[in-house]
Design a binder for this molecule. Structure first.
Ligand code: GCO
Ligand code: MG
Length: 402
């Protein structure tokens, strides 16, 4: 299965997506997602200018060797741009291998471990009342698990609170918009949301919350403790995780389960978090973590330490990532939950796929490969539009984490 061609497709059906398509001599092709929000063209160039020239002529079946060639061979290893590019190639090669074997990808990984993949949706509102109402909508849609975010009084905008309720898109401008942040106000407000949610809906559904890297470890410990009575499924990205041992402090103060890792690019960003059992869920997903070949290593390490997977699944990850992740989720023994933000109908049309939502679960399809395709003609109609994620400042102007 010699690789005879490979190309990068950039499309913007409402938001930017980067895709690699790898074609073999016998006509089988595979596709992989290479989208890195706000840095899309860096990955597109990394693939087109530096990786694809080395890919042509190789055997598409040698996935591991190709992975090692690009990882070790780069000398400059890792990083979000490099690992996203590598992930795209890896997923496209797994797609080819599964198609050649005439099997859905989960069969190649080890077969089905569960009938469906439990997902969580995003409910948000400007006020507690609005968020409570939104959570009700998600319950009505059948979700078993719901992430809840609310506006903070006194702040003009808050992470996770969007105008369009069903299709949240944080990259909202062609240059970064500046938001304002206030930790004290936030810490006061969030417990009210979860108290009201539990008073309204009881304890039947799983509730989750994303702090988006905004606290220090001791602040995170306090929030985790305040939220304990409301039994969160997880508290996500409570602090930015460059300092892995910083999580020890959070752990000393709370039993609220912790999730982290959507911005990690490799096992080296989380090995200590896992082996010291400082987290409960690892969020690094296929597209930003070197593909199936590398995420598999993270999942196996995590399994030894009672850490489960909880893959990132925001709309800035294309349906290809969602498809590949669902095959992985269907197989991986230590599965926890899968994030699921719905893509817009325009995006779904560019990336036809065979997974379906049923009663709070995503059900993987049985099409050979990862079950997601790209309509290139349609993709070509949507030109790239530069878009950035916002940045945050404190009220005195100090730059902060977004
Ligand atoms: C999540 C994430 C996203 C990110 C986005 C950045 O938990 O889904 O935090 O909403 O902000 O993926 O590109
Ligand atoms: Mg998050």
């Amino acid at each position: 299965m010699k690789i005879v061609d490979a190309k990068v497709i950039v499309t913007c059906p409402g938001r930017n997506f980067v895709t690699i398509k790898i074609i073999t001599e016998d006509g089988i092709y595979g596709i992989g997602d290479a989208t890195l929000n706000g840095r899309e063209l860096a990955v597109a160039s990394y693939l087109a200018d530096h990786l694809i020239p080395c890919l042509i002529g190789r055997d598409a079946g040698q996935i591991e060797d190709i992975w090692q060639f690009f990882y070790r061979g780069a000398y400059w290893r890792g990083g979000p741009v490099g690992m996203t590019a590598l992930a795209a190639i890896d997923v496209a090669l797994w797609d080819i291998k599964a198609k050649a074997a005439n099997m859905p990808l989960y069969q190649l990984l080890g077969g089905r471990s569960r009938s469906g993949v439990m997902v969580y949706g995003h409910a948000n509102g400007n006020t507690v009342e609005e968020t409570v109402e939104e959570v009700g909508r998600y319950i009505d849609m059948g979700y078993k698990a719901i992430r809840a975010q609310t506006g903070v009084p006194g702040l003009a905008s808050t992470y996770g609170v969007s105008k369009d309720k069903l299709f949240y898109e944080p990259a909202d401008a062609d240059l970064p918009t500046e938001n304002e942040w206030d930790t004290a106000r936030y810490l006061e407000h969030v417990p009210t949301l979860f108290r009201t949610l539990r008073d309204t809906y009881g304890y039947d559904r799983h509730l989750l919350h994303d702090v988006h890297h905004r606290l220090t470890p001791i602040e995170a410990g306090r929030l985790g403790k305040d939220l304990e009575p409301f039994r969160l499924f997880w508290l996500e990205d409570a602090v930015s995780a460059e300092l892995q041992e910083g999580f020890r402090l959070i752990r000393q103060h709370t039993t609220t389960p912790l999730a982290v890792g959507e911005v990690f690019a490799s096992i080296h960003n989380c090995h200590q978090l896992i082996t010291e059992q400082l987290i409960d869920y690892i969020r690094t997903t296929i597209v930003h973590g070197g593909g199936i070949s590398h995420i598999r290593r993270i999942a196996h390490l995590a399994e030894l330490y009672h850490v489960r997977t909880g893959f990132h699944g925001a709309t800035d990850l294309s349906p290809i990532t969602m498809g590949a992740a669902l095959h992985f989720d269907t197989w991986v023994p230590n599965f926890g939950i899968q994030e699921y933000m719905r893509h817009t109908p325009e995006t779904d049309e560019v990336f036809p796929h065979d997974y379906t939502f049923e009663d709070g679960y995503l059900i993987v399809g049985d099409t050979p490969g990862h079950g997601v395709d790209i309509n290139e003609e349609l993709a070509a109609k949507y030109e790239y539009e530069r878009a950035y994620l916002p940045v945050n400042r404190l009220s005195d102007g100090t730059m902060f984490n977004w």
